[in-house]
Design a protein around this ligand. Sequence first.
Ligand SMILES: Nc1nc2c(ncn2[C@@H]2O[C@H](COP(=O)(O)OP(=O)(O)OP(=O)(O)O)[C@@H](O)[C@H]2O)c(=O)[nH]1
Length: 564
Amino acid sequence: MKVETKLKLAAACIVVVMSAIALLPHFVTASVTEVMAELDKAIAREREYGVLLNYLSDAEAAERGYVITGRQEFLEPYHEALAALPAVGKALGTGPIPAAEQKALEDIARLTAAKTAYMREVVRVRSADGAEAARALVDTGRGKQYMDELRVRIGAQETAYANYRAGLRAQLAARSSLAANVTSVATAIDIVLLILAGLAGNRVLTQRRKAEQHANDISRQLRLTADIAERRNVQLQSGGEMLHALELAETLEEGAQIVALYFSRLLPALSGSMYLYRHSRDILERKATWGQAHDPDIIEPLDCWALRKGTQHFTHGDEGTLACRHVAESGARLPRICVPLVTQGNVIGFITAEGMALGQDDSATERAWIMQLSEQVALALSNVQLRASLRHQSVIDPLTQLYNRRYLDETLKRELARAVRRGAPLAVIMLDLDHFKRVNDTFGHEAGDLLLRHVGTLLLQSIRGSDVACRYGGEELILLLPDCSLEHATARAGRLRQQIRALNLAVNKDVLTASASFGVAAYPVHGDTPEALLQAADAAMYAAKHGGRDRVDVAPLPAPVPVQ
Ligand SMILES: Nc1nc2c(ncn2[C@@H]2O[C@H](COP(=O)(O)OP(=O)(O)OP(=O)(O)O)[C@@H](O)[C@H]2O)c(=O)[nH]1
Protein backbone atom coordinates (compact mmCIF):
# COMPACT_ATOMS: atom_id res chain seq x y z
CA MET A 1 0.00 0.00 0.00
CA LYS A 2 1.33 3.45 -0.87
CA VAL A 3 2.28 5.70 2.01
CA GLU A 4 -0.19 8.37 0.92
CA THR A 5 -3.05 5.81 0.95
CA LYS A 6 -1.99 4.73 4.45
CA LEU A 7 -1.98 8.36 5.50
CA LYS A 8 -5.53 8.86 4.18
CA LEU A 9 -6.69 5.67 5.92
CA ALA A 10 -5.16 6.80 9.22
CA ALA A 11 -6.85 10.20 8.85
CA ALA A 12 -10.21 8.49 8.20
CA CYS A 13 -9.73 6.25 11.29
CA ILE A 14 -8.91 9.28 13.42
CA VAL A 15 -12.07 11.03 12.25
CA VAL A 16 -14.18 7.90 13.01
CA VAL A 17 -12.62 7.35 16.44
CA MET A 18 -12.88 11.01 17.39
CA SER A 19 -16.52 11.11 16.24
CA ALA A 20 -17.17 8.00 18.35
CA ILE A 21 -15.56 9.68 21.34
CA ALA A 22 -17.66 12.77 20.72
CA LEU A 23 -20.85 10.65 20.58
CA LEU A 24 -19.94 8.54 23.61
CA PRO A 25 -21.16 11.07 26.28
CA HIS A 26 -24.50 11.15 24.51
CA PHE A 27 -24.89 7.35 24.74
CA VAL A 28 -23.58 7.29 28.29
CA THR A 29 -25.99 10.06 29.34
CA ALA A 30 -28.92 8.34 27.62
CA SER A 31 -28.08 5.06 29.29
CA VAL A 32 -27.57 6.70 32.69
CA THR A 33 -30.77 8.75 32.30
CA GLU A 34 -32.62 5.54 31.51
CA VAL A 35 -31.27 3.83 34.65
CA MET A 36 -31.93 6.96 36.71
CA ALA A 37 -35.54 7.10 35.50
CA GLU A 38 -35.92 3.46 36.44
CA LEU A 39 -34.35 4.24 39.80
CA ASP A 40 -36.76 7.15 40.40
CA LYS A 41 -39.67 4.95 39.46
CA ALA A 42 -38.50 2.26 41.90
CA ILE A 43 -38.01 4.80 44.67
CA ALA A 44 -41.47 6.27 43.99
CA ARG A 45 -43.13 2.84 44.15
CA GLU A 46 -41.18 1.90 47.25
CA ARG A 47 -42.35 5.13 48.82
CA GLU A 48 -45.98 4.48 47.73
CA TYR A 49 -45.83 1.12 49.46
CA GLY A 50 -44.43 2.83 52.56
CA VAL A 51 -47.19 5.48 52.40
CA LEU A 52 -49.84 2.72 52.07
CA LEU A 53 -48.47 0.93 55.11
CA ASN A 54 -48.29 4.20 57.07
CA TYR A 55 -51.89 5.12 56.25
CA LEU A 56 -53.05 1.63 57.26
CA SER A 57 -51.00 1.77 60.50
CA ASP A 58 -52.33 5.30 61.26
CA ALA A 59 -55.92 4.19 60.63
CA GLU A 60 -55.43 1.11 62.78
CA ALA A 61 -53.89 3.15 65.63
CA ALA A 62 -56.74 5.71 65.44
CA GLU A 63 -59.36 2.95 65.35
CA ARG A 64 -57.85 1.39 68.53
CA GLY A 65 -57.68 4.76 70.26
CA TYR A 66 -61.37 5.35 69.51
CA VAL A 67 -62.32 1.86 70.73
CA ILE A 68 -60.53 2.54 74.01
CA THR A 69 -61.60 6.18 74.53
CA GLY A 70 -64.75 6.57 72.49
CA ARG A 71 -63.59 10.09 71.63
CA GLN A 72 -64.31 11.25 68.12
CA GLU A 73 -61.09 13.27 67.74
CA PHE A 74 -59.12 10.02 67.93
CA LEU A 75 -60.78 9.10 64.63
CA GLU A 76 -59.30 12.04 62.65
CA PRO A 77 -56.18 10.14 61.45
CA TYR A 78 -58.49 7.21 60.71
CA HIS A 79 -60.66 9.31 58.41
CA GLU A 80 -57.63 10.94 56.74
CA ALA A 81 -56.10 7.57 56.06
CA LEU A 82 -59.26 6.07 54.66
CA ALA A 83 -59.76 9.13 52.42
CA ALA A 84 -56.18 8.89 51.09
CA LEU A 85 -55.99 5.13 50.63
CA PRO A 86 -57.93 4.94 47.31
CA ALA A 87 -55.53 7.44 45.70
CA VAL A 88 -52.50 5.50 46.98
CA GLY A 89 -53.99 2.25 45.73
CA LYS A 90 -54.69 3.82 42.37
CA ALA A 91 -51.11 5.18 42.12
CA LEU A 92 -49.72 1.73 42.87
CA GLY A 93 -52.01 0.13 40.31
CA THR A 94 -51.14 2.37 37.33
CA GLY A 95 -48.25 1.95 34.84
CA PRO A 96 -46.64 -1.16 33.53
CA ILE A 97 -46.32 -3.52 36.45
CA PRO A 98 -44.37 -6.78 36.39
CA ALA A 99 -46.56 -9.92 36.68
CA ALA A 100 -45.13 -10.99 40.07
CA GLU A 101 -45.82 -7.54 41.55
CA GLN A 102 -49.24 -7.48 39.95
CA LYS A 103 -50.15 -10.60 41.86
CA ALA A 104 -48.78 -9.17 45.14
CA LEU A 105 -50.56 -5.90 44.45
CA GLU A 106 -53.90 -7.69 44.03
CA ASP A 107 -53.34 -9.47 47.34
CA ILE A 108 -52.46 -6.16 49.01
CA ALA A 109 -55.54 -4.49 47.49
CA ARG A 110 -57.68 -7.34 48.63
CA LEU A 111 -56.22 -7.30 52.16
CA THR A 112 -56.43 -3.47 52.29
CA ALA A 113 -60.10 -3.62 51.37
CA ALA A 114 -60.69 -6.32 54.00
CA LYS A 115 -58.74 -4.36 56.62
CA THR A 116 -60.58 -1.07 55.94
CA ALA A 117 -63.91 -2.89 55.96
CA TYR A 118 -63.02 -4.51 59.30
CA MET A 119 -61.94 -1.16 60.77
CA ARG A 120 -65.17 0.47 59.61
CA GLU A 121 -67.09 -2.42 61.31
CA VAL A 122 -65.16 -1.91 64.59
CA VAL A 123 -65.80 1.88 64.53
CA ARG A 124 -69.45 1.38 63.72
CA VAL A 125 -69.85 -1.21 66.58
CA ARG A 126 -68.01 1.10 69.05
CA SER A 127 -70.16 3.95 68.07
CA ALA A 128 -73.41 1.94 68.10
CA ASP A 129 -72.88 -0.83 70.69
CA GLY A 130 -70.29 0.54 72.99
CA ALA A 131 -66.80 -0.30 74.05
CA GLU A 132 -67.44 -3.87 75.20
CA ALA A 133 -68.91 -4.94 71.91
CA ALA A 134 -66.15 -3.23 69.95
CA ARG A 135 -63.42 -4.80 72.12
CA ALA A 136 -64.98 -8.21 71.66
CA LEU A 137 -64.77 -7.65 67.89
CA VAL A 138 -61.14 -6.53 68.17
CA ASP A 139 -60.29 -9.51 70.29
CA THR A 140 -61.28 -11.80 67.46
CA GLY A 141 -57.78 -10.87 66.05
CA ARG A 142 -59.00 -10.51 62.46
CA GLY A 143 -57.80 -6.93 62.25
CA LYS A 144 -54.35 -7.86 63.50
CA GLN A 145 -54.23 -10.76 61.08
CA TYR A 146 -55.10 -8.49 58.12
CA MET A 147 -52.51 -6.00 59.27
CA ASP A 148 -49.78 -8.60 59.74
CA GLU A 149 -50.41 -10.03 56.30
CA LEU A 150 -50.36 -6.53 54.79
CA ARG A 151 -47.07 -5.74 56.60
CA VAL A 152 -45.53 -8.94 55.25
CA ARG A 153 -46.66 -8.32 51.67
CA ILE A 154 -45.91 -4.57 51.60
CA GLY A 155 -42.58 -5.21 53.33
CA ALA A 156 -41.77 -7.82 50.68
CA GLN A 157 -42.47 -5.27 47.95
CA GLU A 158 -40.36 -2.65 49.70
CA THR A 159 -37.52 -5.12 50.03
CA ALA A 160 -37.91 -6.12 46.37
CA TYR A 161 -37.74 -2.47 45.34
CA ALA A 162 -34.77 -1.81 47.66
CA ASN A 163 -32.93 -4.70 45.98
CA TYR A 164 -33.95 -3.45 42.55
CA ARG A 165 -32.60 -0.01 43.45
CA ALA A 166 -29.30 -1.48 44.53
CA GLY A 167 -29.14 -3.38 41.22
CA LEU A 168 -29.85 -0.20 39.28
CA ARG A 169 -27.14 1.67 41.21
CA ALA A 170 -24.63 -1.06 40.43
CA GLN A 171 -25.71 -0.92 36.77
CA LEU A 172 -25.23 2.86 36.79
CA ALA A 173 -21.74 2.52 38.22
CA ALA A 174 -20.87 -0.21 35.68
CA ARG A 175 -22.08 1.87 32.73
CA SER A 176 -20.17 4.94 33.89
CA SER A 177 -17.05 2.87 34.37
CA LEU A 178 -17.53 1.27 30.92
CA ALA A 179 -17.95 4.71 29.34
CA ALA A 180 -14.80 5.93 31.05
CA ASN A 181 -12.87 2.87 29.89
CA VAL A 182 -14.17 3.12 26.35
CA THR A 183 -13.20 6.81 26.28
CA SER A 184 -9.71 5.99 27.56
CA VAL A 185 -9.25 3.23 24.97
CA ALA A 186 -10.56 5.46 22.17
CA THR A 187 -8.27 8.26 23.25
CA ALA A 188 -5.35 5.85 23.33
CA ILE A 189 -6.27 4.57 19.84
CA ASP A 190 -6.58 8.17 18.72
CA ILE A 191 -3.13 8.98 20.02
CA VAL A 192 -1.66 5.89 18.35
CA LEU A 193 -3.36 6.80 15.07
CA LEU A 194 -2.16 10.38 15.38
CA ILE A 195 1.39 9.15 15.95
CA LEU A 196 1.10 6.77 12.99
CA ALA A 197 -0.34 9.55 10.84
CA GLY A 198 2.47 11.83 11.98
CA LEU A 199 5.05 9.20 11.10
CA ALA A 200 3.42 8.48 7.74
CA GLY A 201 3.16 12.24 7.09
CA ASN A 202 6.78 12.64 7.99
CA ARG A 203 7.69 9.78 5.66
CA VAL A 204 5.66 11.34 2.86
CA LEU A 205 7.36 14.68 3.46
CA THR A 206 10.78 13.01 3.52
CA GLN A 207 9.98 11.14 0.31
CA ARG A 208 8.65 14.31 -1.25
CA ARG A 209 11.77 16.20 -0.17
CA LYS A 210 13.92 13.43 -1.62
CA ALA A 211 11.91 13.48 -4.85
CA GLU A 212 12.28 17.27 -5.00
CA GLN A 213 16.00 16.94 -4.32
CA HIS A 214 16.25 14.32 -7.05
CA ALA A 215 14.31 16.53 -9.47
CA ASN A 216 16.58 19.46 -8.58
CA ASP A 217 19.66 17.30 -9.12
CA ILE A 218 18.39 16.19 -12.52
CA SER A 219 17.52 19.74 -13.51
CA ARG A 220 20.96 20.95 -12.34
CA GLN A 221 22.57 18.12 -14.30
CA LEU A 222 20.55 19.05 -17.38
CA ARG A 223 21.53 22.69 -17.03
CA LEU A 224 25.14 21.62 -16.65
CA THR A 225 24.93 19.41 -19.72
CA ALA A 226 23.27 22.23 -21.67
CA ASP A 227 26.00 24.63 -20.49
CA ILE A 228 28.69 22.18 -21.51
CA ALA A 229 27.02 21.65 -24.89
CA GLU A 230 26.67 25.42 -25.33
CA ARG A 231 30.30 25.96 -24.31
CA ARG A 232 31.40 23.15 -26.59
CA ASN A 233 29.41 24.70 -29.40
CA VAL A 234 31.02 28.09 -28.85
CA GLN A 235 34.40 26.40 -28.58
CA LEU A 236 33.90 24.50 -31.81
CA GLN A 237 32.73 27.67 -33.54
CA SER A 238 35.68 29.68 -32.20
CA GLY A 239 38.01 26.79 -33.02
CA GLY A 240 36.71 26.81 -36.59
CA GLU A 241 37.18 30.59 -36.78
CA MET A 242 40.73 30.23 -35.49
CA LEU A 243 41.60 27.60 -38.09
CA HIS A 244 40.07 29.73 -40.83
CA ALA A 245 42.10 32.75 -39.67
CA LEU A 246 45.24 30.60 -39.56
CA GLU A 247 44.60 29.52 -43.15
CA LEU A 248 44.76 33.19 -44.12
CA ALA A 249 47.82 34.02 -42.00
CA GLU A 250 50.80 35.10 -44.09
CA THR A 251 53.55 34.72 -41.51
CA LEU A 252 54.24 32.64 -38.43
CA GLU A 253 54.12 35.82 -36.34
CA GLU A 254 50.63 36.53 -37.60
CA GLY A 255 49.69 32.89 -36.94
CA ALA A 256 51.01 33.17 -33.38
CA GLN A 257 48.94 36.29 -32.75
CA ILE A 258 45.85 34.43 -33.95
CA VAL A 259 46.63 31.50 -31.62
CA ALA A 260 47.07 33.85 -28.62
CA LEU A 261 43.79 35.63 -29.38
CA TYR A 262 41.69 32.51 -29.86
CA PHE A 263 43.25 30.47 -27.04
CA SER A 264 42.28 33.20 -24.58
CA ARG A 265 38.69 32.82 -25.84
CA LEU A 266 38.69 29.06 -26.13
CA LEU A 267 40.33 28.42 -22.75
CA PRO A 268 39.36 31.53 -20.75
CA ALA A 269 40.09 29.90 -17.40
CA LEU A 270 43.63 28.98 -18.40
CA SER A 271 46.88 30.80 -19.06
CA GLY A 272 49.57 29.60 -21.38
CA SER A 273 52.06 30.09 -24.17
CA MET A 274 53.03 28.68 -27.53
CA TYR A 275 56.70 28.07 -28.29
CA LEU A 276 58.14 27.43 -31.77
CA TYR A 277 61.55 26.10 -32.71
CA ARG A 278 63.97 28.57 -34.20
CA HIS A 279 65.48 27.74 -37.61
CA SER A 280 68.57 26.49 -35.88
CA ARG A 281 66.35 24.13 -33.76
CA ASP A 282 68.60 24.63 -30.76
CA ILE A 283 66.11 26.79 -28.82
CA LEU A 284 62.40 27.58 -28.79
CA GLU A 285 60.96 31.08 -28.76
CA ARG A 286 57.75 32.12 -27.04
CA LYS A 287 55.59 33.26 -29.96
CA ALA A 288 52.19 33.58 -28.26
CA THR A 289 50.90 34.04 -24.69
CA TRP A 290 47.41 34.31 -23.25
CA GLY A 291 45.94 34.77 -19.78
CA GLN A 292 48.22 35.46 -16.85
CA ALA A 293 51.12 33.29 -18.00
CA HIS A 294 54.65 34.30 -16.98
CA ASP A 295 56.51 31.90 -19.24
CA PRO A 296 60.11 32.65 -20.27
CA ASP A 297 60.84 34.11 -23.73
CA ILE A 298 63.27 31.40 -24.73
CA ILE A 299 63.70 27.82 -23.56
CA GLU A 300 65.81 24.84 -24.53
CA PRO A 301 64.25 21.64 -25.87
CA LEU A 302 65.30 19.67 -22.78
CA ASP A 303 63.45 22.13 -20.51
CA CYS A 304 60.10 20.56 -21.44
CA TRP A 305 59.10 16.97 -20.67
CA ALA A 306 56.56 16.97 -23.50
CA LEU A 307 59.37 17.69 -26.01
CA ARG A 308 61.58 15.01 -24.43
CA LYS A 309 58.82 12.40 -24.46
CA GLY A 310 57.31 13.46 -27.78
CA THR A 311 53.84 13.38 -26.22
CA GLN A 312 51.70 15.41 -23.82
CA HIS A 313 52.92 15.90 -20.26
CA PHE A 314 50.44 16.69 -17.45
CA THR A 315 51.21 17.58 -13.84
CA HIS A 316 48.79 18.27 -10.99
CA GLY A 317 51.13 20.87 -9.55
CA ASP A 318 51.66 18.79 -6.39
CA GLU A 319 55.08 18.44 -4.93
CA GLY A 320 56.95 15.46 -6.24
CA THR A 321 55.44 15.53 -9.73
CA LEU A 322 57.69 15.79 -12.76
CA ALA A 323 57.60 19.54 -13.43
CA CYS A 324 59.14 21.03 -16.58
CA ARG A 325 62.14 23.32 -16.10
CA HIS A 326 60.51 26.10 -18.12
CA VAL A 327 57.69 26.46 -15.56
CA ALA A 328 58.10 29.67 -13.59
CA GLU A 329 58.15 29.43 -9.80
CA SER A 330 54.78 31.23 -9.57
CA GLY A 331 53.06 28.63 -11.74
CA ALA A 332 54.76 25.56 -10.29
CA ARG A 333 51.86 24.64 -8.04
CA LEU A 334 49.14 24.87 -10.72
CA PRO A 335 47.97 21.92 -12.79
CA ARG A 336 49.72 22.19 -16.17
CA ILE A 337 49.75 20.47 -19.50
CA CYS A 338 52.41 20.70 -22.24
CA VAL A 339 51.53 19.38 -25.69
CA PRO A 340 54.06 19.09 -28.53
CA LEU A 341 53.05 20.63 -31.87
CA VAL A 342 53.64 17.77 -34.27
CA THR A 343 52.96 17.81 -37.97
CA GLN A 344 53.89 14.97 -40.31
CA GLY A 345 56.12 13.51 -37.61
CA ASN A 346 57.97 16.79 -37.23
CA VAL A 347 57.86 18.68 -33.90
CA ILE A 348 57.63 22.42 -34.62
CA GLY A 349 57.18 23.55 -31.00
CA PHE A 350 54.75 23.05 -28.09
CA ILE A 351 51.84 24.58 -26.25
CA THR A 352 51.85 24.86 -22.47
CA ALA A 353 48.73 25.73 -20.42
CA GLU A 354 48.17 26.01 -16.67
CA GLY A 355 45.26 26.34 -14.24
CA MET A 356 42.89 23.66 -15.54
CA ALA A 357 40.17 22.33 -13.22
CA LEU A 358 41.08 19.20 -11.33
CA GLY A 359 37.58 17.63 -11.27
CA GLN A 360 38.00 14.29 -13.06
CA ASP A 361 35.62 14.93 -15.98
CA ASP A 362 36.40 18.62 -16.44
CA SER A 363 40.12 18.05 -16.37
CA ALA A 364 40.00 15.16 -18.84
CA THR A 365 37.70 17.09 -21.20
CA GLU A 366 39.85 20.20 -21.00
CA ARG A 367 43.04 18.24 -21.64
CA ALA A 368 41.49 16.39 -24.58
CA TRP A 369 40.31 19.73 -25.96
CA ILE A 370 43.79 21.28 -25.60
CA MET A 371 45.37 18.29 -27.34
CA GLN A 372 42.85 18.47 -30.16
CA LEU A 373 43.48 22.21 -30.55
CA SER A 374 47.25 21.69 -30.48
CA GLU A 375 47.02 19.10 -33.24
CA GLN A 376 45.00 21.49 -35.40
CA VAL A 377 47.26 24.45 -34.59
CA ALA A 378 50.36 22.42 -35.48
CA LEU A 379 48.93 21.52 -38.88
CA ALA A 380 47.70 25.06 -39.53
CA LEU A 381 51.05 26.62 -38.51
CA SER A 382 53.01 24.22 -40.66
CA ASN A 383 50.79 25.30 -43.57
CA VAL A 384 51.51 28.93 -42.69
CA GLN A 385 55.21 28.07 -42.69
CA LEU A 386 54.88 26.33 -46.05
CA ARG A 387 52.95 29.21 -47.57
CA ALA A 388 55.42 31.75 -46.18
CA SER A 389 58.28 29.73 -47.61
CA LEU A 390 56.65 29.50 -51.02
CA ARG A 391 55.90 33.17 -50.95
CA HIS A 392 59.47 33.82 -49.89
CA GLN A 393 60.77 31.73 -52.75
CA SER A 394 58.56 33.55 -55.22
CA VAL A 395 59.77 37.00 -54.20
CA ILE A 396 63.34 36.37 -53.04
CA ASP A 397 66.35 36.15 -55.30
CA PRO A 398 68.10 32.93 -54.30
CA LEU A 399 71.63 34.22 -54.97
CA THR A 400 71.55 37.49 -53.03
CA GLN A 401 68.55 36.85 -50.72
CA LEU A 402 67.28 40.25 -51.85
CA TYR A 403 63.73 40.71 -53.09
CA ASN A 404 63.28 40.20 -56.84
CA ARG A 405 61.99 42.61 -59.43
CA ARG A 406 58.41 41.33 -59.22
CA TYR A 407 58.32 42.12 -55.52
CA LEU A 408 59.87 45.54 -56.13
CA ASP A 409 57.24 46.42 -58.70
CA GLU A 410 54.44 45.49 -56.27
CA THR A 411 56.03 47.16 -53.28
CA LEU A 412 57.00 50.36 -55.07
CA LYS A 413 53.42 50.80 -56.20
CA ARG A 414 52.08 50.23 -52.69
CA GLU A 415 54.67 52.32 -50.87
CA LEU A 416 54.27 55.19 -53.31
CA ALA A 417 50.52 55.21 -52.81
CA ARG A 418 51.09 55.24 -49.06
CA ALA A 419 53.61 58.07 -49.32
CA VAL A 420 51.19 60.10 -51.44
CA ARG A 421 48.42 59.42 -48.93
CA ARG A 422 50.53 60.43 -45.95
CA GLY A 423 52.42 63.24 -47.73
CA ALA A 424 55.69 61.52 -46.77
CA PRO A 425 58.80 61.26 -48.98
CA LEU A 426 59.93 58.02 -50.67
CA ALA A 427 63.43 57.61 -52.05
CA VAL A 428 64.82 55.16 -54.64
CA ILE A 429 68.53 54.30 -54.88
CA MET A 430 69.61 52.38 -57.99
CA LEU A 431 73.15 50.94 -58.03
CA ASP A 432 75.07 48.96 -60.62
CA LEU A 433 78.37 47.21 -59.96
CA ASP A 434 81.12 48.69 -62.13
CA HIS A 435 82.79 46.57 -64.77
CA PHE A 436 81.13 43.47 -63.54
CA LYS A 437 81.69 41.77 -66.83
CA ARG A 438 85.36 42.15 -66.21
CA VAL A 439 85.04 40.46 -62.79
CA ASN A 440 83.36 37.48 -64.41
CA ASP A 441 85.83 37.37 -67.15
CA THR A 442 88.85 37.73 -64.90
CA PHE A 443 87.88 35.73 -61.79
CA GLY A 444 85.18 33.49 -63.13
CA HIS A 445 81.41 33.45 -62.84
CA GLU A 446 81.50 32.01 -59.29
CA ALA A 447 83.57 34.99 -58.20
CA GLY A 448 80.99 37.28 -59.75
CA ASP A 449 78.28 35.41 -57.82
CA LEU A 450 80.29 35.71 -54.62
CA LEU A 451 80.62 39.43 -55.09
CA LEU A 452 76.92 39.80 -55.74
CA ARG A 453 76.12 37.79 -52.57
CA HIS A 454 78.40 40.00 -50.48
CA VAL A 455 76.94 43.17 -51.82
CA GLY A 456 73.46 41.74 -51.14
CA THR A 457 74.39 40.99 -47.51
CA LEU A 458 75.87 44.43 -47.14
CA LEU A 459 72.66 46.01 -48.37
CA LEU A 460 70.50 43.90 -46.05
CA GLN A 461 72.68 44.83 -43.08
CA SER A 462 72.64 48.54 -43.79
CA ILE A 463 68.91 49.13 -44.32
CA ARG A 464 66.05 49.77 -41.84
CA GLY A 465 63.23 47.33 -41.24
CA SER A 466 60.83 49.30 -43.41
CA ASP A 467 63.34 49.57 -46.31
CA VAL A 468 63.30 47.15 -49.22
CA ALA A 469 66.45 45.90 -50.99
CA CYS A 470 65.97 44.25 -54.42
CA ARG A 471 67.97 42.72 -57.21
CA TYR A 472 66.45 44.48 -60.18
CA GLY A 473 68.34 42.37 -62.70
CA GLY A 474 71.91 41.15 -63.31
CA GLU A 475 74.24 43.27 -61.23
CA GLU A 476 71.72 46.08 -60.94
CA LEU A 477 70.25 46.57 -57.42
CA ILE A 478 67.64 48.92 -56.00
CA LEU A 479 66.92 50.23 -52.52
CA LEU A 480 63.45 51.51 -51.69
CA LEU A 481 63.44 53.87 -48.71
CA PRO A 482 60.00 54.93 -47.34
CA ASP A 483 59.93 58.12 -45.26
CA CYS A 484 63.41 59.06 -46.57
CA SER A 485 64.10 62.41 -48.19
CA LEU A 486 66.28 62.88 -51.28
CA GLU A 487 69.08 64.31 -49.17
CA HIS A 488 69.12 61.46 -46.69
CA ALA A 489 68.93 58.90 -49.48
CA THR A 490 71.91 60.54 -51.21
CA ALA A 491 73.87 60.37 -47.99
CA ARG A 492 72.92 56.68 -47.54
CA ALA A 493 74.04 55.97 -51.12
CA GLY A 494 77.33 57.68 -50.39
CA ARG A 495 77.94 55.46 -47.32
CA LEU A 496 77.02 52.35 -49.28
CA ARG A 497 79.38 53.29 -52.08
CA GLN A 498 82.19 53.50 -49.53
CA GLN A 499 81.25 50.16 -47.98
CA ILE A 500 81.29 48.45 -51.40
CA ARG A 501 84.55 50.08 -52.16
CA ALA A 502 85.92 48.70 -48.92
CA LEU A 503 85.09 45.08 -49.83
CA ASN A 504 88.08 42.78 -50.15
CA LEU A 505 87.09 39.29 -51.22
CA ALA A 506 89.60 36.51 -51.36
CA VAL A 507 89.20 34.58 -54.62
CA ASN A 508 91.74 31.83 -54.97
CA LYS A 509 94.98 33.67 -54.40
CA ASP A 510 93.68 37.01 -55.55
CA VAL A 511 91.81 39.72 -53.79
CA LEU A 512 88.64 40.92 -55.41
CA THR A 513 87.51 44.50 -54.92
CA ALA A 514 84.47 46.27 -56.36
CA SER A 515 82.79 49.59 -56.83
CA ALA A 516 79.32 50.66 -57.83
CA SER A 517 77.62 53.62 -59.46
CA PHE A 518 74.49 55.07 -57.73
CA GLY A 519 71.54 57.01 -59.02
CA VAL A 520 69.14 58.61 -56.50
CA ALA A 521 65.60 59.87 -57.07
CA ALA A 522 62.72 60.58 -54.71
CA TYR A 523 59.00 61.31 -54.42
CA PRO A 524 57.76 63.97 -54.62
CA VAL A 525 60.76 65.69 -56.26
CA HIS A 526 61.09 63.37 -59.28
CA GLY A 527 57.53 62.36 -59.85
CA ASP A 528 54.60 60.51 -58.29
CA THR A 529 54.54 57.28 -60.34
CA PRO A 530 56.73 54.18 -60.03
CA GLU A 531 57.84 54.55 -63.64
CA ALA A 532 58.84 58.20 -63.18
CA LEU A 533 60.88 57.41 -60.06
CA LEU A 534 62.60 54.36 -61.54
CA GLN A 535 63.42 56.22 -64.76
CA ALA A 536 64.82 59.15 -62.80
CA ALA A 537 66.99 56.86 -60.61
CA ASP A 538 68.10 54.86 -63.67
CA ALA A 539 69.01 58.03 -65.52
CA ALA A 540 71.00 59.27 -62.52
CA MET A 541 72.77 55.89 -62.25
CA TYR A 542 73.76 56.05 -65.96
CA ALA A 543 74.90 59.55 -65.41
CA ALA A 544 77.15 58.25 -62.61
CA LYS A 545 78.53 55.57 -64.98
CA HIS A 546 79.22 58.12 -67.64
CA GLY A 547 80.58 60.45 -65.06
CA GLY A 548 83.37 57.98 -64.21
CA ARG A 549 81.71 55.28 -62.10
CA ASP A 550 82.09 54.70 -58.31
CA ARG A 551 80.01 57.77 -57.60
CA VAL A 552 76.53 58.88 -56.55
CA ASP A 553 74.40 60.99 -58.83
CA VAL A 554 71.08 62.57 -57.95
CA ALA A 555 68.51 62.63 -60.72
CA PRO A 556 68.02 66.07 -62.20
CA LEU A 557 64.78 67.86 -61.42
CA PRO A 558 62.19 67.28 -64.14
CA ALA A 559 61.65 70.17 -66.48
CA PRO A 560 58.70 72.33 -65.35
CA VAL A 561 55.55 71.82 -67.39
CA PRO A 562 55.03 74.98 -69.45
CA VAL A 563 51.96 76.92 -68.45
CA GLN A 564 49.65 77.30 -71.39
N1 LIG B 1 78.45 36.14 -62.17
C1 LIG B 1 77.33 36.69 -62.58
N2 LIG B 1 77.33 37.56 -63.52
C2 LIG B 1 76.21 38.15 -63.96
C3 LIG B 1 75.00 37.85 -63.32
N3 LIG B 1 73.99 38.59 -63.90
C4 LIG B 1 74.59 39.35 -64.87
N4 LIG B 1 75.95 39.06 -64.92
C5 LIG B 1 76.90 39.60 -65.76
O1 LIG B 1 77.13 40.94 -65.50
C6 LIG B 1 77.69 41.56 -66.64
C7 LIG B 1 77.15 42.88 -66.88
O2 LIG B 1 77.97 43.50 -67.81
P1 LIG B 1 77.64 44.85 -68.43
O3 LIG B 1 76.18 45.05 -68.51
O4 LIG B 1 78.37 44.94 -69.71
O5 LIG B 1 78.30 45.93 -67.53
P2 LIG B 1 79.58 46.02 -66.71
O6 LIG B 1 80.52 45.05 -67.14
O7 LIG B 1 79.23 45.91 -65.25
O8 LIG B 1 80.02 47.43 -67.00
P3 LIG B 1 79.39 48.74 -66.44
O9 LIG B 1 78.05 48.43 -65.87
O10 LIG B 1 79.31 49.62 -67.55
O11 LIG B 1 80.32 49.17 -65.41
C8 LIG B 1 77.37 40.56 -67.76
O12 LIG B 1 78.59 39.95 -68.19
C9 LIG B 1 76.44 39.55 -67.18
O13 LIG B 1 76.67 38.27 -67.72
C10 LIG B 1 74.98 36.91 -62.27
O14 LIG B 1 73.97 36.56 -61.68
N5 LIG B 1 76.18 36.39 -61.92
